[in-house]
Design a binder for this molecule. Structure first.
Ligand SMILES: Cc1ncc(COP(=O)(O)O)c(C=O)c1O
Length: 324
């Protein structure tokens, strides 16, 4: 899906027309992957447009920047207001939100410290990342031949643009081999995550997910699903997951801002459970969409409402979600 190419983009505090939101080819980020970013979603709820877990996304953004020694003169409250202000300026009802902090234009060399630290916030409408039917039918995936980054190489907990070079290798290989997505192992051969999603397994009614030490991004959807699982009475265990446990699980699913909660129906052409969305995945999907769509009380305080007044806003392309 290509960009509509309309609206405004927040760049260093100014709203710039979409077509004018450009940077110089000599910018450090282009050459050396020196950027960190976020992906959040604003949902259209009956009580108005609401960003799901805005604070947690902004905390992760600021922490990613901290790991890379990037200082940008906005605190959490400032980021929060910048995101909400950009949504309001674009009159979006539902959208995907992409804040980015990056090393800009000054000089080139591996040392990034002479370059300015710049920032931007883009918004666009993004429907179901792996396709609308994937949410119901599930997806066919493969275990990637590429591993996730080894510990102490590229930090997996920082959502840096550089990490997505690895993600692209995983994704392209999966697509070339006819799968929707890849599951990467960590360098020890344990299950890590998808190219842009965390992963969960269900076996004998217990839910498992790899720990942060397995080179995963600390997903905000992952955290939400852990919480909702416990709310529903499931036991959730964070533990190393051997590859073969994937094949003999009753259910496997991805989570992410983009992928939301997507069932996996086969891995390496081995049918998972019944080969379709399983009951635990379905229950968690329902619980997740009920919260993000504002259909149940927001008991965890996860929604930040965007507008006081919602008349005459741009209609989202898809009811429920606008992207991971
Ligand atoms: C590599 C990777 N893992 C996991 C996730 C899921 O994280 P979240 O739920 O915060 O979107 C993402 C998406 O941002 C990702 O890119």
């Amino acid at each position: 899906m290509s960009f509509p190419g309309t609206g405004t983009i927040w760049m260093n505090g100014k709203l710039v027309e979409w077509k004018d939101a450009t940077i110089h080819i000599g910018s450090h980020v282009i050459h050396y992957g020196s950027g960190v970013f976020e992906g959040a979603r604003c949902y259209a709820t009956p009580k108005g447009s609401a960003v799901f877990r805005l604070d947690e996304h902004m905390v992760r953004l600021v922490n990613s920047a901290k790991i890379y020694r990037m200082e940008y003169p906005l605190d959490l409250a400032g980021w929060r207001q910048a995101v909400l202000g950009t949504i309001r300026a674009n009159q979006m009802k539902a959208c995907y939100i992409r804040p980015l902090i990056y090393r800009g234009y000054h000089t080139l060399g591996v040392n990034p410290l002479h370059n300015p630290v710049d920032a931007a916030i883009m918004l666009w409408e993004w429907g179901a990342y792996l396709g609308a039917e994937a949410l119901e039918q599930g997806v066919d995936v493969k275990v990637a031949t590429w591993s996730r980054m080894a510990p102490n190489t590229l930090p997996a907990m920082a959502k840096s643009t550089a990490n997505y070079a690895n993600s692209q290798l995983i994704k392209m290989e999966a697509l070339a081999d006819g799968y929707a997505e890849g599951i990467a192992l960590d360098v020890y051969g344990n299950v890590s995550e998808g190219s842009g999603q965390n992963i969960f397994l269900v076996r004998d009614g217990v839910i498992y997910t790899p720990p942060l030490s397995a080179s995963v991004l600390g997903g905000i959807t992952r955290d939400s699903i852990v919480t909702l699982s416990r709310d529903l009475g499931y036991q959730v265990i964070e533990q190393n997951v051997p590859r073969e446990l994937l094949y003999i699980s009753d259910e496997v699913f991805f989570t992410g801002t983009a992928a939301e909660v997507t069932p996996i129906r086969s891995i390496d052409k081995i049918k998972i459970g019944e080969g379709k969305r399983g009951p635990v995945t379905a229950a968690l999907q329902s619980a997740f969409f009920a919260v993000v769509n504002g259909d149940v009380p927001d008991t965890h305080g996860w929604l930040t409402y965007v507008y006081a007044e919602e008349a005459s806003l741009r209609e989202p392309a898809r009811a429920g979600a606008a992207k991971g």
